[in-house]
Design a protein. Structure first.
Length: 298
């Protein structure tokens, strides 16, 4: 299949997924993005939706890139999808790639908002220590400020990715491969209090106990944790978050996919001082490394 035909197939899939949520998918908006990345897009392709209080907040699609393709933002800039910025956020991924083993980069692209977010993924066989990350010159100070608390709850040596939301000037650190001890109530509730976050609802606590990854969100220029998300892999579209947000289950049952067996889904629950809400990632394509990254809790 030619690269152009491949991109045509991906556009059709994105359009189909957006149609399930009644979100217009403009060819004029999507085609430049797909063609800009057509030579570096790698499997998997993932559809993401966010809901809160019965409202669909947004939909986007993710894809991975080879590390040889370089900084995703620089690639988007070269193709006119974003504007240059002199904010220090631009220095983090080049610094990470120069110092740490990056297995792949990733892009989150909004159906209506455009380039949202970029990821740097580390090999799951070489999860990163907090001290090593904190030594990176452009790493925001929030990481070192919270490193002691992360370590106290058993999260050191479990960093699987760093993500940057360029538009919002926020960033995430992802902790992967968590066990039941990491996400049990006796661990999670004191941890949330230490981070200055409210106690979750009973439903959210039930969900957190099924999770295998967590990721706090920080503002670039601050040290306060703005929110924290917990995620878990499943093939069950009726997993607990669907009881709270039925639109998640509808999308989970209908999103297009290309591989054998049941759809691979990743549900996430997010908690902030003002609200809690749920997210869903539905995998359109899969690859071995993606299976590993979204493995179920042990």
């Amino acid at each position: 299949m030619s690269a152009k035909a491949d991109i045509g197939r991906l556009y059709s899939a994105v359009s189909e997924a957006a149609g399930l949520l009644d979100i217009p998918c403009s060819h004029d908006r999507m085609w430049p993005a797909l063609t800009a990345f057509q030579d570096v897009i790698a499997s998997p392709l993932v559809f993401n939706m966010v809901t809160s209080g019965g409202h669909i907040g947004e939909m986007s699609f993710d894809f991975m890139m080879s590390p040889s393709a370089g900084d995703p933002y620089a690639h988007a800039l070269a193709h006119g999808l974003v504007e240059e910025t002199d904010h220090p956020v631009r220095g983090l991924f080049p610094d990470i790639q120069a110092r740490l083993p990056v297995q792949s980069f990733g892009v989150d692209y909004g159906i209506t908002r455009g380039f949202n977010k970029a990821y740097a993924f580390f090999p799951l066989s070489d999860l990163q220590a907090l001290a090593r990350l904190a030594e990176i010159p452009s790493m925001p100070r929030a990481l070192s400020d919270h490193a002691g608390t992360f370590a106290a709850y058993g999260l050191d040596g479990k960093v699987s990715a760093i993500a940057i939301d360029y538009r919002r000037r926020t960033w995430n650190v992802y902790f992967n491969g968590l066990s039941g001890e990491h996400v049990g109530r006796t661990t999670v509730l004191p941890m949330l209090r230490a981070f200055g976050l409210p106690e979750p609802s009973e439903l959210m606590l039930d969900f957190i106990e099924t999770s295998s990854a967590l990721y706090p969100t920080f503002r670039w220029d601050g040290t306060k944790i703005e929110r924290i998300s917990f995620s878990t892999r499943t093939t069950d579209p009726a997993a607990l978050p669907a009881r709270v947000e039925p639109q998640l289950e509808k999308f989970a049952r209908s999103a297009p996919y290309t591989y054998e067996g049941d759809r691979v889904l990743v549900y996430a629950g997010a908690l902030s001082p003002g609200e809690e809400y749920y997210k869903l990632a539905a995998y359109y394509q899969m690859a071995a490394q993606a299976h590993d990254r979204v493995r179920a809790a042990s």
